[in-house]
Design a protein around this ligand. Structure first.
Ligand SMILES: Cc1cc2nc3c(=O)[nH]c(=O)nc-3n(C[C@H](O)[C@H](O)[C@H](O)COP(=O)(O)OP(=O)(O)OC[C@H]3O[C@@H](n4cnc5c(N)ncnc54)[C@H](O)[C@@H]3O)c2cc1C
Length: 422
């Protein structure tokens, strides 16, 4: 019975699951290499967003519309878009089952399903997002509300939260906080506000060279940084956010703290997408278990991962996707030719930390430390880095990354290192 299902299934040489930053980039690369009709992308969403732009939308510095494209206009030439969702992976048969019931088989697969926002993990959060004062830059539905709330803010606590789970763009919750500070200053109401940044982490940022700069920014902006706090409940009737206090191992201590809010920006808990979590590709955390160098599935060598859905330790960013794409382009091609993967992912990620409405700290790093591209000191907030964030990076995303042309800044970095060393 199962065999006949496989025979009847539609077949593609390369199936890409997810048509976000990583999925489109991977599909574009291989649609150029393989014969027409060999590549299919499974992606349920009709609208594709440039998510790094959400920070600026929340700050009123860009429109949401400017960050949206119709998915159909982005599908690479020669590739097929299957507008559905993978519900079940059966990797032992090289088969996926879609929500609509259809089955698709493949020779090779790239999983690029991103990360799932889990507002449902905070009691009352989903309901609270529909009430005045509560917003989140993480969702296209609530990002514009951030700007409206900042513009209407009259006084009280403005609270920004960071969850006790992996999250994409871990800098985004504090960017929202700094931008709000700027807006309130521009409106002349900053003295009526108490800004609280409540994070489950033990410090503001993991990379030492940027940590010092961010601590200075937070100090200068008079932000009340509360570490080891995890938002667990929002009572929108009484406008109270409840946090559990965490110990050094991020475990709840049993103590809670209640904070009244006028504005609450939620950095949502996140998990691996549902279909991935329950699949044979997942490790015990639910994320895709890949070899951290080759990005090949540990159990199924004809399958590779890209982007936020993997269990690699890099910061989950579109910048990291550029390096992932470079890695899998080489390694998947090798595997298609019956060879072993030989390209190693360098761990690169980047987070342009927007610290006001016109300054950015252009953090670039891997787990060992900074990996800066330019010859300038990127740990300082600068206007040129803001211009890069506002104008250059969106252009690079739409014309380079998702079209499979941008492999990250490693070559430019090597050139600028040579300049610096002279
Ligand atoms: C507020 C915010 C600010 C950010 N700022 C930055 C920044 O400044 N710099 C930076 O580099 N990055 C930033 N990022 C992160 C960046 O957007 C992500 O890291 C990047 O989009 C990851 O790409 P991806 O392909 O892994 O996931 P995504 O781009 O999220 O795409 C995943 C796709 O998979 C699809 N999918 C999910 N489940 C299924 C399924 N079952 N079947 C089929 N398809 C499925 C989804 O619909 C989605 O389209 C930011 C993100 C946010 C939210």
């Amino acid at each position: 019975m199962k065999t006949s299902t496989v025979v009847n299934a539609k077949h593609f040489k390369l199936l890409v699951v997810g048509g976000g930053a990583g999925g489109l980039g991977a599909a574009s690369k291989f649609a150029r290499k393989l014969p027409r009709g060999s590549v299919a992308i499974v992606e349920p969403r009709e609208d594709h967003y440039y998510q790094p732009g959400f920070t600026l939308v929340g700050g009123g510095l860009m429109t949401l519309e400017a960050n949206r494209r119709k998915q159909e206009t982005l599908i690479p030439k020669g590739a097929t878009w299957i507008r559905d969702k993978v519900q079940l992976f059966t990797p032992t048969q090289n088969l996926v089952k879609l929500r609509g019931g259809e089955e698709i088989s493949y020779d090779y697969m790239v999983i690029a399903m991103g990360i799932q926002l889990r507002f449902d993990m905070i009691k009352g959060a989903k309901e609270a997002l529909e009430t005045p004062g509560v917003c989140s830059n993480y969702s296209p539905f609530y990002v514009q509300k951030h700007y409206r709330e900042a513009m209407n803010f009259k006084g009280g606590n403005a609270v920004f939260t960071f969850p006790n789970t992996p999250i994409k763009c871990a800098g985004a919750p504090q960017k929202a906080c700094y931008i709000t500070d700027s807006i309130l200053r521009q409106r002349g109401v900053r003295d009526k506000a108490h800004l609280i940044y409540a994070t489950s982490l033990k410090r503001l940022f993991g990379i030492e060279s940027y940590l010092k700069s961010l601590e200075k920014v937070a100090r200068e902006k008079d932000i009340d940084v509360r570490t080891r706090r995890n938002l667990i409940e929002v009572d929108s009737n009484n406008k109270i956010a409840t946090f559990e206090c965490l110990d050094e191992d991020s475990k709840p201590t049993g103590k809670t703290e209640k904070v009244e809010y006028s504005l609450l920006h939620i950095g949502p808990p996140c998990s691996a997408p549902e279909a991935l979590r329950s699949s044979q590709f997942a490790d015990k955390t639910g994320f895709m278990d890949v070899d951290g160098s080759s990005l090949q599935s540990k159990r199924f060598p004809n399958v590779f991962g890209v982007g936020d859905c993997m269990n690699t330790p890099n910061a989950k960013t579109a910048a990291a996707v550029s390096s992932h794409l470079k890695t899998i382009e080489s390694n998947l091609t090798q595997v298609m030719q019956g060879k072993q993967p030989c390209m190693e992912y360098d761990g690169y990620a980047s987070c342009p930390l927007v610290v006001s409405t016109n300054r950015v700290i252009l953090a670039e790093f891997n787990s060992k430390g900074a990996m800066e591209t330019t010859p300038f000191d990127q740990s300082k907030p600068t206007y040129w880095a803001y211009l890069m964030k506002r104008y250059f990076m969106p252009m690079l995303y739409w014309n380079g990354l998702i079209k499979g042309f941008w492999n990250g800044p490693a070559t430019i970095r090597n050139c600028s290192r040579m300049i610096r060393s002279k």
